[in-house]
Design a protein around this ligand. Structure first.
Ligand SMILES: NC(=O)c1ccc[n+]([C@@H]2O[C@H](COP(=O)([O-])OP(=O)(O)OC[C@H]3O[C@@H](n4cnc5c(N)ncnc54)[C@H](O)[C@@H]3O)[C@@H](O)[C@H]2O)c1
Length: 369
């Protein structure tokens, strides 16, 4: 292995951990290698070993993250374990004497208090980079829309509407994703991606959140240790931002009969932009040019060498993170801990709003930023 190879360890090699593994194999020519994985679940370990063999990458397999960290084998670790384990694992990584850069899957943690502790601990370790896996930013149509918004074509953004209409949550190892206590709730687990995008489009921090949602269709006939899942499968969420912009999320997880999984609309005082996934189309128009002036753009990113499960966004996420790691502290991670924290705070406020039937301020769930 060349001296400048960046050595990766993957903690949690379930569906997403293996997806990271495959993505990293496509970055082999950039000088990366996966050298270790940690997972207590034997079938996940075996599947990771099969992948390692197919890439001709010898790996060490550990049953826990601490052994992986103590081995000293890795420069970078990916945390792709169930949401409720992120806090403890992150704290162990950050407090470990050997510095390990971290790419942690979303959501950063399941509660705002845990996120804040991680942020505070990481502040004391400037030798460690932490990037949060809010990868929807990199999906080509979304990235194109971000570029259009940041370029000012739409003017001052006033409204951001995001519709996710999709299939139900998949089955996970030990069914961890069936209960709010493990995931943080659907609006944290899944929707932190969309709250992150809203905040990016609005260009401001959130102030308060109102939501309505319920468990109406999915998982109602499932039973785990005598308990029926409590994760909501549909919701409307309104988010108000400091600069007066507002966002709206329309989530439905029993909508397999949809052409697109995500449809995003951003309207400013000059124009409107839309992004459609997986159609990979962006539309842009202006009030002045009207309907006839609306342009349709096919969004494509030729840098993507592997589309994978998320339309190439995981691949681009890795290229950004690798660039930050190689810059040795001169480049900040593209999606940082603050982004991770705020996206969780909006989700937590939305979950609480459903419970209490009223607007929840971000201050209520978050305290000081
Ligand atoms: N970026 C995305 O869009 C996206 C998509 C799917 C999942 N995720 C996130 O990825 C993470 C993993 O989800 P998944 O779908 O791969 O779940 P999964 O159930 O398929 O895999 C989780 C794996 O982690 C292992 N694990 C559990 N506790 C562990 C521990 N303490 N140490 C090491 N390994 C442990 C399990 O045995 C399992 O193999 C979650 O945080 C999830 O929210 C992100």
């Amino acid at each position: 292995m060349a001296d400048n190879t960046v050595r990766y360890g993957i903690i949690g090699v379930g569906m997403m951990g293996r997806e990271h593994f495959i993505n990293l194999s496509h970055l082999r020519s950039e000088g990366v290698a996966v050298v270790a994985v940690a997972d207590p679940h034997l079938p996940s370990q075996r599947l990771a070993q099969d992948l390692a063999k197919s890439f001709d990458w010898p790996i060490q397999v550990f049953s826990g993250h601490r052994e992986l960290l103590d081995s000293g084998l890795c420069d970078v670790v990916i945390v792709s374990t169930p949401n409720m384990t992120h806090y403890k694992i992150l704290m162990d990584i950050i407090n470990h004497p050997k510095p390990h850069h971290v790419l942690v899957e979303k959501p950063l943690c399941t509660t705002v208090a845990d996120c804040k502790e991680v942020v505070d601990a990481a502040r004391k370790r400037p030798d460690i980079l932490v990037q949060v896996g809010l990868e929807y930013r990199y999906m080509p149509p979304v990235a194109k829309l971000i570029e259009i918004v940041k370029g000012g074509t739409l003017g001052q953004v006033k409204m951001v509407a995001i519709r996710e209409h999709r299939f139900p949550f998949l089955v996970k190892v030990d069914n961890w994703n069936r209960f709010n206590v493990n995931t943080g709730g659907t609006l944290v687990e899944k929707c932190c991606h969309f709250f992150d995008l809203m905040r990016l489009f609005a260009g401001a921090n959130p102030v308060r959140v109102m939501a309505s949602g319920a468990v109406d269709v999915n998982h109602k006939d499932e039973l785990y240790d005598g308990k029926v899942p409590d994760i909501i499968d549909n919701a409307y969420v309104i988010v108000e931002f400091e600069n007066g912009s507002r966002g709206m999320l329309d989530l439905c997880m029993f909508a397999e009969g949809s052409k697109n999984e995500q449809e995003i609309s951003v309207v400013g005082d000059i124009g409107k932009g839309e992004a459609f996934v997986p159609e990979s189309i962006v539309r842009v128009g202006s009030r002045e040019a009207g309907r006839d002036g609306v342009q349709t753009i096919k969004a494509k990113d030729d840098r993507i060498k592997y589309d994978g499960l998320h339309h190439g966004s995981s691949y681009l996420e890795h290229t950004h993170f690798l660039a930050a790691v190689r810059a040795k502290g001169l480049q900040a991670p593209a999606v940082d801990l603050q982004d991770g924290l705020v996206s969780v705070a909006i989700g937590v406020a939305a979950q609480l709003s459903i419970e209490r039937g009223r607007f929840i301020t971000i201050e209520e769930v978050k305290g000081e930023f």
